[in-house]
Design a protein around this ligand. Structure first.
Ligand SMILES: [Zn+2]
Length: 202
């Protein structure tokens, strides 16, 4: 049965929204960590084990989140694997406390945040709304950590040994740019330029 109400919206701006669904997906064995332990972000897609995304209403989105969660529990992963999931609707959902390690990149879960795109992004054209949703989630994590996390890489780059296509066609730099665009105050400032040479001055 679908949920009667959507999760609590945290942020709603410029047609994109971030919803807090963490209470719906309990971490059955929390692996707590400090903010300082988190040094990077892995971008994923969920397309490796779910059918293509065909609808964008939030009932369907929650059903897909439940499918991800149930799949993870069936694998013995004990928790929602990712910290947030973004959809083509532009909505993003928080799914796991950032101070709990997820279950998304072998050998790297202790120091990464995981953000997943709903759908299969092995080859297909990426809808811009996916980038907005992922950027919204990333900007939230920056705010939660009180610092920007700019070491953003695809799952396949963090763990080449996994030999995964996750996700071939999502560019991490565009996710970071989307976060920067949505919430520029949390973004890293420009590097200080080197002091100009003062040729001719005494
Ligand atoms: Zn992945």
């Amino acid at each position: 049965m679908p949920d009667a109400n959507p999760p609590l919206p945290l942020i709603c701006a410029s047609g994109v929204a971030l919803w807090d669904a963490r209470a719906l997906f309990p971490d059955t064995a929390p692996r707590r960590r400090s903010r300082d332990a988190i040094t990077g972000v892995a971008i994923h897609h969920d397309g490796t084990f779910l059918p293509p995304l065909e609808t964008t209403n939030w009932h369907a989105e929650l059903a897909r989140l439940r499918a991800i969660y149930n799949h993870a529990l069936a694998q013995g992963w004990l928790r929602f694997p990712y910290h947030a999931v973004g959809f083509q609707s532009g909505r993003a959902y928080l799914t796991l406390d950032i101070l709990h390690s997820g279950s998304h990149v072998a050998g790297h879960n202790h120091h990464l945040a995981g953000i997943a795109a709903a759908g299969d992004y092995t080859q297909q054209q990426i809808p811009p709304s996916i980038y907005l949703a992922l950027g919204t989630a990333l900007a939230f994590l920056w705010g939660a950590l009180e610092r920007p996390l700019t070491d953003v890489r695809q799952h396949k780059v963090w763990d080449p040994a996994a030999n995964t296509a996750c996700p071939d066609s999502i560019a991490p730099g565009v996710v970071t740019a989307a976060a920067d665009h949505l919430f520029p105050d949390t973004a890293p400032g420009p590097a200080s330029p080197p002091a100009p040479a003062r040729a001719g001055s005494q």
